[in-house]
Design a protein around this ligand. Structure first.
Ligand SMILES: NC(=O)c1ccc[n+]([C@@H]2O[C@H](COP(=O)([O-])OP(=O)(O)OC[C@H]3O[C@@H](n4cnc5c(N)ncnc54)[C@H](OP(=O)(O)O)[C@@H]3O)[C@@H](O)[C@H]2O)c1
Length: 312
């Protein structure tokens, strides 16, 4: 339903009740402005009745996204290849854990993704949003003093490349098709700072995340033109968050102290810290919600200013 509008800061000074009802606003500003207040804002971020699929949902960021979305009312399907950590995530969600289901699925295996889609259809009836959070890097695909680029094993490179890029494309095929069938939905991918300008050492990861950003734009255009302009595809590009995938690069294993790379990152982050998962919530909830209804094909950096800083 289209709304008429009221911007409180445009209210005439003599207006007696600036926080008046929508009806009052419509009467006073016929055909003028769209109504917005805090309850309207909350309504945009109320995910009640929406089903969100999160790949890599047992991971650090995926688990945090799952908890935040359940807290905002969503039903969440947590997909991961190893469900051991999910019990802990479900405990954190109490008393709303019944809004979540954990499903074993490999983002590189279409059979398991199709089975997951069936389970979700049975449990929640539909898919409204897909958050492609499975991804990562590994030491064997990372150059270092003992591992020059020329000797990086193809298997390790392919593993990282496939996980991040194919592991975003395949779930988008399976769950995007369900969105195409009902003519609406939202896909949110996770790119990286490495997609903007490649970070040293992480060759396959950088190339794959650049691919994720490119795929985000491609799919946004494709689904809007071929299926429905009510299907949106965006990505976030997180800065540096200490998680399983990068701990070996950013901290010393024995002492936990920052490595030279960890220190370099902090010194190139104007906000002078690593991100916390909750720093991503605003962008994630915005891009999954109707608050971003006219936003598609973008990659939003959430990086404490890292990508804005020239280093000088
Ligand atoms: N942390 C950061 O600073 C950062 C920055 C930029 C972007 N990102 C991106 O954010 C996303 C989440 O990262 P994270 O830091 O939360 O990493 P994480 O804790 O390692 O989470 C990734 C999850 O994906 C799972 N996974 C791996 N391969 C899979 C497969 N084939 N099928 C299904 N699940 C699979 C992992 O399971 P296993 O534990 O079994 O491997 C893990 O549970 C990734 O795409 C990452 O590249 C992270």
């Amino acid at each position: 339903m289209r709304r008429s509008v009221l911007y409180l800061n445009r209210m005439p000074a003599h207006f007696p009740n600036p926080i008046g009802s929508r009806l009052e606003a419509l009467q006073l500003f016929p055909g003028g402005y769209t109504y917005m207040d805090l309850s309207e804002l909350n309504r945009l971020y109320d995910f009640s009745g929406k089903t969100v699929v999160i790949t890599g949902g047992a991971g650090i960021l995926g688990g945090e996204f799952a908890c935040a979305l359940v807290g905002c009312g969503a039903n969440v399907a947590i997909l991961d290849r190893n469900l051991d950590p999910v019990q802990h995530i479900l405990e954190l969600m109490e008393p709303r854990a019944n809004q979540a289901v954990a499903i074993s699925a490999d983002v590189l295996n279409l059979d398991t993704l199709h089975k997951a889609a069936e389970t979700i259809r049975e449990k929640f009836g539909k898919v409204d949003c897909l958050l492609n959070s499975a991804g990562g890097n590994k030491p064997q695909a990372t150059t270092g003093a003992d591992l020059p680029f020329f000797d990086l094993p193809p298997d390790a490179l392919r593993w990282v490349f496939d996980l991040n890029l194919m592991g975003t494309i395949l779930p988008s095929q399976v769950f995007g098709k369900m969105m195409a069938e009902k003519g609406e939905g939202v896909i949110l991918n996770i790119s990286s700072m490495s997609a903007l300008r490649p970070l040293t050492r992480v060759v396959a990861y950088s190339a794959a995340k650049a691919g994720v950003s490119n795929f985000t734009q491609w799919l946004a255009v494709h689904v809007a033109q071929e299926y429905s302009p009510r299907i949106r595809v965006n990505a976030i590009a997180p800065g540096f968050f200490l998680t399983q995938q990068n701990r070996f690069l950013l901290t010393e294993e024995l002492t936990g102290n920052l490595t030279a790379r960890g220190k370099a990152i902090i010194s190139h982050t104007p906000m002078a810290r690593f991100g916390q998962p909750e720093d991503l919530f605003g962008a994630v909830l915005w891009l999954l919600s109707p608050a971003s209804a006219f936003v598609t094909g973008i990659v939003v950096p959430v990086d404490g200013g890292f990508s804005a800083f020239a280093g000088v």
